[in-house]
Design a protein around this ligand. Structure first.
Ligand code: MLC
Ligand code: AMP
Length: 512
């Protein structure tokens, strides 16, 4: 039975004993072994009563078994919903409830908090720990190693990825088989991936970059992955000579450049470095070339659209740009007010249309309608211009968004929590330059008249509700927020006023 995503990324490797995952302990899992463990997990899902189209929410550490869970969901037609391991129980509760997940997979240490929540929402719970142990793999071990792949249509859902919004409420972006497969095949071809490639993989596998770009592209090519649990500078440097390619957020590149062991010799075996998820500074691009002789290939994407543009493999990789629209992807720059296409060179919002563009936000038809036009163009909220040679230059954002170390943070979500705290009249959360994370979170708080809110208590409240990467790095009391004549808070004025608070002018050159 056809299941395009499974057949072309996974099934195509059936019986192959070539390496797929190189693990940090020196062991290797070949393609056939990986597919066998995925099939066993698919049996567990089927036998527990899950049927095609049901959702499975997974908040698990990066492990081969976690990746096999993704493959199992694809094979069994289950919608895979990977969740950032930093999310708090409060955040998770919303995702489980909103998605109507039938099964939740989590680390054993999170079971005490999550079991009552899963039960109250009618979801089953399985555990999967960082070392691959847990009830999921215990059950899987008793299952057959072949699973009859469930037929899926290209427009059937394959995954949900939650992405926060400017209103503070997360939205489940519905990604179809076609969205994921078309992008993987296009990038595999464009970036010349082959079965000889070995990708150094230190990204998390709960977001687009690590799962649908790095992993799917390597799978499409039948290559291998050096599968690291997270970014660790010593490991990256130690393993680089064994790899041919690497994908990372700009923080990976600035951290590598900050280490003198990172040299031209160390990267001699590499054929491609890809950067994305946040802007790569021109300076980083140039420093990287001077140090290694390689020009980083920068590309641009989003949770809702997978990848949209890429610098060329063969032609000029132009620093400070995200290259050209991918084959099959239409991109236009429009007036944010009226939506008309602007003449070449004009600065406006990026809109994209193509097989990569998602199906909409789960159970949010109004939200979908405001961002996804009826003619199929998706309004990204990124501001850009196209130069005379066709390269796309991202110049800013038409959305209140902070990107810290490649993670998206929507200020509204934090402001809602700060505003609730005793003694707080109102707040504004802004992104300010940071030498390691590119941008980081600063919270500005206006007290109620005569109140003296305790910043330590407020920080604790934010910690309880929000994932760690969203915590304001600093909270500051101010008298009032700057507003325009319409009463709108002038965040640009605030950003200008506090831009050097974490990154003195001199270190900004190494920020992303
Ligand atoms: C970790 N911390 C962060 C953070 N990552 N804080 C802000 N921003 C981040 N990105 C917290 C830690 O919890 C810790 O908190 C403190 O910061 C210091 O941690 P660290 O040891 O320096 O961080 P590290 O674990 O090394 O992680 C940094 C990182 C990681 C950059 C390696 O964040 C990362 O892997 N980012 C990649 C994100 C990603 O994959 N994005 C793609 C999204 S898809 P404390 O409290 O202990 O101080 C997408 C679409 C597209 O955007 O186009 O690709
Ligand atoms: P996410 O919603 O996490 O998928 O993040 C998508 C956002 O990341 C985009 O809308 C952009 O704002 C940003 N982004 C991704 N790649 C790049 C890039 N190469 N340069 C600048 N911004 C980027």
């Amino acid at each position: 039975m056809p299941n395009p995503l499974y057949d072309q990324l996974f099934g195509v490797h059936a019986g192959k004993t070539t390496p797929f995952l190189h693990l940090q302990d020196g062991s290797t899992i070949n393609h056939a072994e990986f597919l066998a463990s995925a099939a066993q997990i698919a049996h567990v899902l089927g036998q527990s009563g899950m049927t095609p189209g049901d959702r499975l929410a997974a908040q698990v550490q990066k492990s081969p078994e976690a990746l096999a869970l993704y493959a199992a969901c694809v094979q069994a037609g289950i919608v895979f919903l990977p969740l950032n391991t930093a999310y708090t129980t409060e955040e998770l509760t919303y995702f489980i409830e909103n998605s109507g997940a039938k099964k939740v997979v989590c680390d054993k240490s999170d079971e005490p908090q999550l079991l009552p929540i899963a039960e109250s929402l009618g979801a089953q719970l399985e555990t999967l720990n960082a070392d691959g142990s847990g009830t999921l793999t215990d059950h899987a071990a008793t299952m057959p190693v072949d699973f009859p792949t469930v037929a899926r249509d290209p427009d059937d859902l394959a995954a949900f990825l939650y992405t926060s919004g400017t209103t503070g409420r997360s939205k489940g972006a519905m990604l179809t088989q076609k969205n994921l497969l078309s992008n993987a095949l296009t990038l595999c071809d464009l970036w010349r991936f082959t079965s000889d490639d070995v990708l150094l993989h230190a990204l998390p596998i709960f977001h687009t970059h690590g799962l649908f770009v790095a992993t799917n592209v390597t799978l499409a090519a039948g290559g291998a992955i050096i599968f690291l649990p997270k970014f660790d500078l010593d490991q990256m440097i130690g393993l680089m000579p064994k790899a041919t390619t690497m994908m990372g957020v700009p923080t990976f590149y600035t951290r590598l450049l900050d280490d003198l062991r990172f040299t031209r010799d160390l990267t001699a075996h590499m054929r491609l470095f890809v950067s994305g998820s946040a802007p790569l500074l021109t300076d980083t691009h140039l420093q990287f070339e001077a140090r290694t002789g390689h020009r980083i290939l920068e590309r641009y994407g989003m949770t809702e659209t997978n990848m949209n543009t890429s610098n060329p493999y063969d032609g000029e990789r132009r620093a400070g740009t995200v290259g050209f629209p991918l084959p099959g992807v239409e991109l236009k720059i429009t007036d944010p007010n009226g939506g008309e296409a602007l003449p070449q060179g004009g600065v406006g919002q990026i809109e994209v249309r193509g097989p990569n563009v998602f199906k909409g936000y789960w159970k949010m038809p109004e939200k979908t309608a405001t961002e996804l036009r009826e003619d199929g163009f998706f309004i990204t909220g990124d501001l850009a211009r196209i130069d005379e040679d066709g390269y796309v230059h991202i110049v800013g954002r038409n959305k209140d968004l902070i990107i810290s170390g490649g993670y998206n943070i929507y200020p509204k979500e934090i402001e809602l929590i700060l505003d609730e705290q005793p003694g707080v009249k109102e707040s504004a959360v802004i992104g300010v330059p940071h030498s390691d994370f590119g941008e980081t979170v600063l919270g500005l708080i206006v007290p109620e008249p005569n109140a003296e809110p305790d910043l330590g208590t407020i920080a604790e409240a934010a910690k309880k509700s929000l994932a760690r990467f969203k915590h304001p790095k600093k909270l500051i009391l101010i008298d009032e927020l700057p507003r325009n004549t319409m009463g709108k808070v002038q965040k640009n004025t605030l950003r200008d006023g506090y831009r050097d608070i974490f990154a003195p002018a001199v270190s900004q050159s190494s920020a992303k």
